[in-house]
Write a protein that binds this ligand. Structure first.
Ligand code: GLN
Length: 313
């Protein structure tokens, strides 16, 4: 195997020349303005070594990748009680679908579809006002990444607030079933702001390290979550992190991953690496076209996969 730095450089060169780049999300107006020619990748190894390629230092809207961090916080607050309000099964439906909510009595299939993440945001409101809950998410992500410069893009949050009719429908529908405990506007306010977190690939890969290392920050040994919880969050990423494209992502990449309509994907290689890729052009199912391709190339070149035979076992 070539060294990781060379592999990352080769992938970056291939993605720079790619012509099939997908379409940027235009239902959130500021995202429609991001250039499709962007591509970034960051790989952080267990010992902290970083391999960066392309626009790895440019902040982008992490959107649904934030659902991993809000889920982690909510589990820290209410533990397994969360699972009476949110399921743990792949939905097989689009990220913003409402169809299952009626027959399933307002209980979303999993915390990574929009409905599930809105319930998680409602849980976070137990920590205080919407502003305090949002500040808590930002504080958590900054501490995970070890980077106080991370911000929330207020323009993106406002645009979602102004155009998020589907999310409002989901929230109102769940409230009617009694599965939101706070006013719909408050749960959505927290949700829209967490989605508007702006992070670079480097910052995102750094923030994801605890999921690759049994719940610990490998740099400091600090425990973020228990090993069991880290594995369970990774299991949900594998099964639900790409919505109705999760099977395809597992088939092609073989790693737990979480995507967002900003074009970012966070993926983890247990015990080995945390990876973030970004390219704003999306497939019709709302996942980064080049981001997934880059991860497929990386997994193939390195042999990284959770299904890899492990000689130690
Ligand atoms: N904020 C986006 C939405 O609610 C997040 C969706 C996504 O990234 N898949 O529609």
């Amino acid at each position: 195997m070539a060294d990781i730095g060379t592999i990352v450089a080769e992938i970056t060169a291939e993605m720079r020349g790619a012509t099939e780049r997908g379409r940027v999300a235009d239902y959130i107006p500021p995202l429609a303005c991001v250039s499709r020619d962007r591509f970034g990748i960051a790989v952080v190894m267990a010992d902290g070594t970083l391999h960066l390629g392309g626009n790895a230092e440019e902040p982008f809207s992490i959107q649904s990748v934030s659902k991993v961090f809000s889920l982690t916080l909510a589990l820290g607050m209410v533990g397994d009680a969360l699972w009476s309000r949110v399921g743990r099964e792949p939905s097989g439906s689009a990220f913003n679908s409402i169809v299952q909510l009626e027959t399933e009595h307002g209980i979303p299939r999993n915390p990574f579809i929009n409905a599930g993440a809105i319930v998680v945001a409602d849980v976070l409101l137990a920590s205080g006002t919407p502003a305090e809950a949002i500040a808590g998410v930002l504080r958590f992500v900054r501490s995970l990444a070890g980077d106080e410069t991370i911000t929330i893009d207020a323009r993106v949050a406002a645009a979602e607030q102004a155009t998020g009719y589907r999310n409002m429908a989901l929230a109102n529908y769940m409230r009617a079933f009694g599965n939101l405990q706070h006013p719909v506007e408050q749960a959505l306010g927290v949700y829209f702001h967490q989605c508007a977190l702006a992070m670079s690939c480097r910052q995102l890969a750094m923030a994801g390290r605890y999921l690759a290392h049994d719940g610990r920050d490998p740099a400091t040994g600090r425990c973020i979550v228990t090993p069991q919880r880290a594995r369970r969050i990774a299991a949900l990423m594998m099964l639900c992190g790409h919505y109705d494209n999760s099977g395809e992502f597992a088939f092609r990449v073989g790693l737990p991953g979480k995507s967002g309509v900003g074009g970012g994907i966070l993926a983890v290689v247990p015990g080995t690496a945390s990876i973030a890729v970004w390219s704003p052009g999306l497939t019709p199912k709302g996942n980064s076209q080049l981001g997934a391709l880059a991860l497929e190339r990386l997994a193939a070149a390195t042999g990284w996969s959770v299904f890899e035979a492990c000689s130690g076992l």
